[in-house]
Design a protein around this ligand. Structure first.
Ligand SMILES: [Zn+2]
Length: 176
């Protein structure tokens, strides 16, 4: 495997080994800089799996409960200004996205409330690990399909990356 850490979720109830292996191969085929800005919709389209399974996979791989130590993926929320569309800031937890006015730093632009513009909050993933490159194996080339981006305005995304996580936290509290 390119990313041995993915071994930890191969046996997860909601996933199957095949899908986890495809994720490993797919990430292994990407340039290193892409591993900072992984778009789950590209994986879903290029591998041709259901949106539900794809988002579940990313959600499971970003959940610290499924790993010893850090989770495989870190979720990135990239906030763009709703007025000028320029990049404003990147957050690593949805709870950090400001719910009060912030000032856009672009000249002549104005203020906005990031949490009220979910369509401008882009969801990306990054891996902490770098792939172990096996030189003997030829890298698979995936057909690049046009896809959009996942944003917080997407109900499925909120379901998988916010509500689910909140539910897990709640379950943990209950266990104590
Ligand atoms: Zn602006």
């Amino acid at each position: 495997m390119y990313f041995p850490k993915l071994e930890d979720i191969k046996i997860h109830d909601e996933l199957n080994e095949y899908t986890v292996k495809r994720l490993d191969e797919w990430l292994g085929s990407k340039p290193t800089r892409y591993l900072e800005y992984i778009n789950p919709l590209e994986f879903i389209t290029e591998i041709n799996i259901s949106r539900e399974l794809g988002l579940t996979l990313f959600s499971v791989a970003a959940d610290e409960n499924n790993f010893e130590g850090d989770p495989f993926f870190q979720i990135k929320y990239i906030v763009n200004c709703p007025h000028c569309k320029e990049h404003f800031k990147t957050y690593y937890s949805n709870e950090d996205i400001p719910t009060s006015f912030v000032e856009c730093e672009e000249e002549g632009c104005s203020s906005f409330i990031p949490a009220e513009h979910p369509e401008r909050v882009y969801i990306f993933f990054k891996t902490k690990e770098r792939p172990i490159v096996k030189k003997s194996k030829e890298k698979k080339v995936y057909k690049k399909a046009p896809t959009g981006y996942l944003t917080r305005a997407d109900e499925d995304a909120r379901e998988h990356f916010e509500f689910r996580r909140r539910y897990w936290k709640y379950e943990e509290e209950k266990d104590k």
